[in-house]
Design a protein around this ligand. Sequence first.
Ligand SMILES: Nc1nc2c(ncn2[C@@H]2O[C@H](COP(=O)(O)OP(=O)(O)OP(=O)(O)O)[C@@H](O)[C@H]2O)c(=O)[nH]1
Length: 541
Amino acid sequence: MVFNWFRRQFDDRAQKSEAKTTESEPAQPEETTPSAEEESTDEEEVDYLTWAKAAYKNIQQQKGVSTEPEPEAEPEAVEAQSEPELEPEAVEAEAQPEPEAEPEAVEAQPEPETEPEAVEAQPEPEAEPEAVEAQPEPEAEPEAVEAQPEPEPEPAPTSFLARAEAERQSRLQRVAESAVEVVEEEEEFEESAAAREIWPTRHPELAFDEGFLWSAEVLAAQGRRPDEISVEEITWLQKLRQGLDKTRRSLINQLRAIVGQGPLNRDAVMEIEAALLQADVGIAATDYIIEALQEKMREEALPPDLAIAYLKRIIGDLLDRPTQELEKPFLVPEKDRLNIWLVTGVNGAGKTTTIGKIAHLAKKSDYKCLIAAADTFRAAAVEQMKVWGQRSGVEVIANPGKNTDPAAVVFDAIAAAQSRGTELLIVDTAGRLQNKKNLMDELSKIRRIINKKAPDAIVESLLVLDATLGQNGLNQAQVFSEAVNLSGAILTKLDGTAKGGIALAVVQQMNLPIRFIGAGEGIEDLRPFSSYEFVEALISG
Ligand SMILES: Nc1nc2c(ncn2[C@@H]2O[C@H](COP(=O)(O)OP(=O)(O)OP(=O)(O)O)[C@@H](O)[C@H]2O)c(=O)[nH]1
């Protein structure tokens, strides 16, 4: 059973549920944004806590039972590689991925047959002990399980800010208590003979802390199961949240201050408008959000917490709009068929890095993947692409000559893909903007070659946009959308920018679905875009 990182599900489960969906309606959307009414209650938080503990144990177990070479070795190797000074030989030696290592690490997850008890047991707090006992950990402590659910009902504070602070404090208290339990369990585990054997394979950096709990809540809220969560998913969410920190701080602090004053009024809405514009949400998307808020306010007075929940919902719906039209929440390459993803964008936007990261996801998800290095314009681009190919373990088709015709490289790459049964061919393209006519000619020639040589392929044209450029990036995007029929956008460098709101502008102004987001230079720092996760990372407290 292979985890499909594009679909964010195990492949066989996704296929089964798709089959079920076509048989029996109504269909459940893959991504659901909880309504304001569904916002977390104390009771749900306790469930999340149980969920988080189960996920944490599962992750430790995945690392523990693995008899394969260190799975941690890969990200470390990759981090080391991102130094540009690294010797190509060293990269080659370190980057040669153990092809079996990852799938087996995935297989090492608990068998689905053992899951039903755990899954059934979760929603009922009474059933919790079985859920925890069902974890195949001999040292699961009954005392620890009994000690778990002790949420004291708290006196309802009067203002929103006071209530939020009280909730936060009580939650931190519970997290701290749970962390103690988990640490105690870890200590006992550490003392056992089995643990001494496997201890080095554990993830010392993965702490059961507030960040872990937040990530767990976000995954649980999307219907994910604790037994299918891997350390990469948790660390990615933590990274995303950390990356959006600057945007969140400026946006959320202002929103908090505004909505904390009581039911929304005209002045408050104007202040929200200013906060959105400062986060580079753009005029069109801001107008849309504010109009939706005002309409809701005309219907009913919104208390502060509902106003925030409603705002999250509006933003989530806006981000989902293009994918709802396509009825495809994620961009998933079709198996047993040639998918060609043409990656465009200006120099420096992060195309090469992004292609390397996507190739890595494809490899991890068991796709037969190939890269075409068709940016023949910039001298070092092909070499750079080859380094990323080595990192991800994906072959790069390139033409060794200087200033070769990019369309010829694509022609060769398609031929290679067809003869090898490749499922995903990712094409790197030149990003020069100085000469718009050349760019358009080049891209349309590549497109013609694809249409002619691979008429049955599923083709996507993806635009890579540097989020740190904010609204300026959108002007560049416009040029590319004139040159090639874009089908999606990829936002890079979301880490450390205060302009994360650009995601909303891309959707609203270009009507392009965001397909992936990048939040770092490492090979694991890119994931399929989830509006729910993005909004939670952007607007969570
Ligand atoms: N912080 C951060 N840096 C990134 C991210 N994606 C790419 N970069 C960095 O951005 C720089 C440019 O990335 P490239 O992948 O070379 O960009 P490109 O679009 O291929 O540029 P050319 O090769 O010049 O066409 C590199 O230093 C990358 O490490 C990201 O998500 N976060």
